[in-house]
Design a protein around this ligand. Structure first.
Ligand code: ADP
Ligand code: ASP
Ligand code: MG
Length: 403
């Protein structure tokens, strides 16, 4: 069997943890399996590097950020290779250049396009454990790119797909996917299985346990994922196409504090206003999330929308720079907001989920700033300070606490 195993930051935070990772890999290696290990940077290394960058220059270029952040993963793979060596097992560490992991050119949020498998296959044929840097890639300019925070999961799934691996195991600091972040909702329950679609929504809406693109790729290439703990032998959660268990109305609750709300006041109430606004943002590669358009009055209208928090300043600048073309009166930015979402395929056939969500927020005296829904989710934008309260309230009202 060829197994891809990914270990996150906490799982490689220090010497003992790195040895623990090696031992877990060696167990499967000794059974005759080929092992590819994907590692994140140690502990909070990526955060530390970001702090260092901001200290030197509050507005570092995205290219140089990627140059800096990729060192985190390079450190952990090299140290792991040394640990394998000390344990007497042949291993080699490889970075994105050595493997040739091609991505789009967008620094800090690149997408994997193609992975060359030749080098890895060659090393596996030599009976080595191959340790690959997560989170990084290379672009057409011959530069490092990174895949966005949490992107090592995506490296692992993409490698599993490219190598046609028999299994892809994501080892982390929780023993699986829960109905909500167990750090926020004490009564959260571990799920034995979850569908790709539900997991994709949860991940996209802030459940940081898996990088959303890893789930997208897993679904596309049929990679069956297991999320499990690196510190215990618990079974974990299987992410796959169909699940056996009877579908609950809601499979989980997620929150995302990395967002900001931008309001554009006094746009003309004529065809083209929304196009010009969102086209300017699209040209600058800025994704827009929830959108709210006001009812027109006196030939004017307002549009408010959310963007990922890290892109708020960029978005503001783009809209200011295009003020003439877009045509508006006032622009404002609101930070300190967060999204809370409930997700579940069972929603499709059950009206009233949104109403129930609003009811529970009302009961908790939480004000809703924006709403968006799809067939299988309801999302609200609220004050960041109310997130934990809202998560717990939603978790309870949808009956996720018991069962
Ligand atoms: P790693 O460094 O291993 O990639 P992450 O911090 O990225 O770990 O992801 C694991 C964390 O995700 C958990 O510690 C947990 O707090 C958080 N999390 C958020 N939502 C969920 C969820 N629905 N189920 C499990 N964990 C979740
Ligand atoms: N080290 C990167 C991060 O902290 C990537 C990852 O851990 O998946 O975001
Ligand atoms: Mg992660």
């Amino acid at each position: 069997m060829l197994i891809v195993k990914k270990f996150g930051g906490t799982s490689v935070a220090n010497k003992e943890r790195i040895y623990n990772v090696c031992r877990r890999c060696i167990e499967d290696y000794k059974k005759g399996n080929s092992i590819v290990v994907v590692l994140s940077a140690m502990g909070k290394m990526t955060d530390v590097l970001i702090e260092q960058a901001k200290d030197i220059n509050p507005n570092p270029s995205r290219r140089e950020m990627d140059m800096l952040l990729t060192t985190g993963e390079q450190t952990s793979v090299a140290l792991a290779a040394m640990a394998f060596d000390a344990l007497g097992v042949p291993a080699v560490s490889l970075n994105a250049f050595q493997v040739a992991m091609h991505t789009t050119s967008t620094y800090s949020n690149a997408r994997l396009k193609r992975i060359d498998t030749e080098r890895i296959t060659h090393e596996l044929d030599q009976k080595k454990i191959v340790i690959v840097t997560g989170f990084q890639g290379i672009n057409k300019y011959g530069d490092y790119t990174t895949l966005g925070r949490g992107g090592s999961d995506t490296t692992a799934v993409a490698l599993a797909a490219a190598l046609k691996a028999d299994a892809c195991e994501i080892y982390t600091d929780v023993d699986g996917v829960y109905t909500a972040d167990p750090r926020v909702v004490k009564n959260a329950r571990k799920l034995d299985e979850i569908t790709y679609d539900e997991m994709l929504d949860l991940a996209t809406l802030g459940a940081g346990v898996l990088h959303n693109r890893s789930v997208e790729l897993a679904k596309k290439y049929g990679v069956q994922l297991v999320v499990r703990s690196s510190l215990t032998n618990e079974e974990g959660t299987v992410v796959k196409e169909e699940v056996k268990v009877e579908r609950m109305l809601i499979s989980g609750v997620a929150s995302d504090k990395n967002c900001a709300k931008i309001s554009v006041i006094g746009l003309s109430d004529k065809p083209g206003a929304a196009f010009r606004l969102f086209d300017a943002l699209a040209q600058a590669n800025i994704n827009v999330d929830m959108i709210l358009q006001s009812v027109g009055r006196d030939g004017e209208q307002d549009i408010a929308f959310t963007v990922v928090g890290d892109y708020a300043d960029d978005a503001m600048k783009v809209i200011e720079d295009s003020k003439k073309r877009i045509g508006y009166e006032k622009l404002s930015l609101e930070t300190g907001v967060a999204k809370v979402s409930v997700v579940g395929a069972g929603m499709m056939s059950n009206p009233g989920v949104a109403a129930k969500m609003f009811e529970c927020l009302y009961n908790s005296n939480i004000n809703i700033k924006m709403i968006s829904t799809s067939e299988i989710r309801v999302t609200v934008l609220i004050d960041e300070k109310e997130v934990d309260k809202a998560m717990n309230a939603a978790h309870e009202i949808f009956g996720l606490d018991e069962a």
